[in-house]
Design a protein. Structure first.
Length: 174
């Protein structure tokens, strides 16, 4: 029998096709099962596109968003917040003058001055509010709570020319 004859190739080919089919069906089933387990929407609902976040080096809105994202992450573990990281972020992003004023404000008010709250927000958005001479104002909207019990706080963050936060207030400087 020739090694290239169909009779000789068929068992191997059938085994390979069968194995490939089993693998494809198995992967399809496991992907379907894991997708169904993680999605609590009706089966006919369209799958949402992946969410993306982008930024630009040196862009003031990106810089403030980076600061708030990292700061909230550092503070968000209620059982073990990363105080060292939160402090380092303040030292890196805030002007030294503002950091001192903020510490005084926090002692007087008994809340975190960056968040203007005792707890940590569930969500936040950062929006450009325009230039002001050599500074720039960015609006940070913090959303606390979830479901029907949410509260929003708008903060106006002033960033100086060299991308350091020089003020955080609840009213616009504009």
């Amino acid at each position: 029998m020739n090694s290239n004859s169909p009779a000789r190739r068929r068992p191997g080919r059938r085994a390979a096709v069968a194995a490939g089919l089993l693998l494809a069906v198995g992967l399809g089933m496991s992907a379907q099962v894991s997708a169904q387990a993680s999605v609590h929407a009706p089966a006919k609902a369209a799958v949402a596109a992946p969410q993306s976040v982008s930024g630009t080096t040196g862009h003031v809105v990106t810089r403030v968003a980076d600061f708030y994202g990292a700061y909230v992450d550092a503070k968000s573990d209620y059982t073990d917040p990363d105080v060292t990281l939160a402090t380092a972020l303040r030292e890196h992003y805030l002007t030294s003058d503002f950091a001192k004023r903020l510490a005084t404000w926090e002692k007087e008010n008994g809340v975190d001055g960056v968040l203007r709250a005792q707890n940590v927000p569930a969500r936040w958005t950062v929006t450009d509010n325009g230039s002001m001479g050599h500074s720039h104002e960015v609006v940070v909207t913090l959303t606390f709570g979830s479901g029907e019990t949410t509260q929003k706080t708008r903060l106006f963050v002033v960033v100086e020319r060299y991308n350091h936060i020089s003020d955080i207030t609840t009213t616009s400087s504009r």
